[in-house]
Design a protein around this ligand. Structure first.
Ligand code: HEC
Length: 165
């Protein structure tokens, strides 16, 4: 009700809302359905019984609410994540690209599980540098608020990632 009052307190302007400036494919709502049928996988993430509870929690957080793969998994021509190259590095429209964070690469770059969970709280990487670009925002607005147990679970998952699909 207060918002409605506020909106009505502003005098109307003449003119029309500008048209969308999206390119052809993106203007076709039906195309969203096509995209979803190709890339959306509805359903629940079922726990992998052969793994620990901590690992499954980490997988749920990384693949679900934290959507680490949105920036760290490369995308195909249609914009869907290429899960055969999961976490091998993504291309960002703005700022730096999401680097390769597969287990092998993290280990080769000297990361440990403890480094990863601490960096998601502090924004500080093991070499003493801080995360930049959109990763700084991920920590600032997101992961720094997680519990120690959840950060440890994410790190546990990243250091024992399942094979690519
Ligand atoms: C919004 C995009 C985005 C999301 C979501 C995201 N990242 Fe990142 N990440 C980046 C970018 C960009 C960088 C490079 C940062 C820089 O240039 O300093 C990065 C860097 C990193 C690095 C450093 C790798 C290295 O060797 O330098 C790690 C580790 C990492 N991210 C882990 C994660 C984890 C774990 C998640 C999920 C909790 C996540 N990221 C979610 C964009 C993202």
């Amino acid at each position: 009700m207060d918002l409605w009052e506020a909106v009505n307190s502003v005098p109307p302007v003449a003119g029309r809302a500008p048209k969308h400036k999206l390119r052809l494919f993106y203007r076709l709502r039906g195309a969203v359905g096509g995209w979803k049928s190709r890339f959306l996988r509805p359903g629940e993430l079922t726990p992998d019984e052969s793994r620990s509870e901590q690992w499954n929690r980490g997988r749920y957080l990384a693949e679900g609410p934290a959507h680490c793969g949105a920036c760290h998994t490369p995308r195909g021509a249609m914009g869907g994540r290429d899960l055969s190259r999961r976490y091998q590095g993504g291309v960002e429209k703005v700022g730096s690209n999401g680097p390769d964070i597969t287990t092998a690469t993290l280990e080769a770059n000297g990361w440990t599980e403890g480094d990863l969970s601490w960096s998601l709280r502090s924004g500080i990487m093991p070499d003493g540098d801080t995360y930049g670009s959109s990763m700084a925002e991920v920590v600032h607005h997101g992961t720094r608020f997680l519990s120690n147990a959840d950060l440890a679970a994410i790190a546990n998952y990243f250091f024992d990632q399942p094979p690519p699909e």
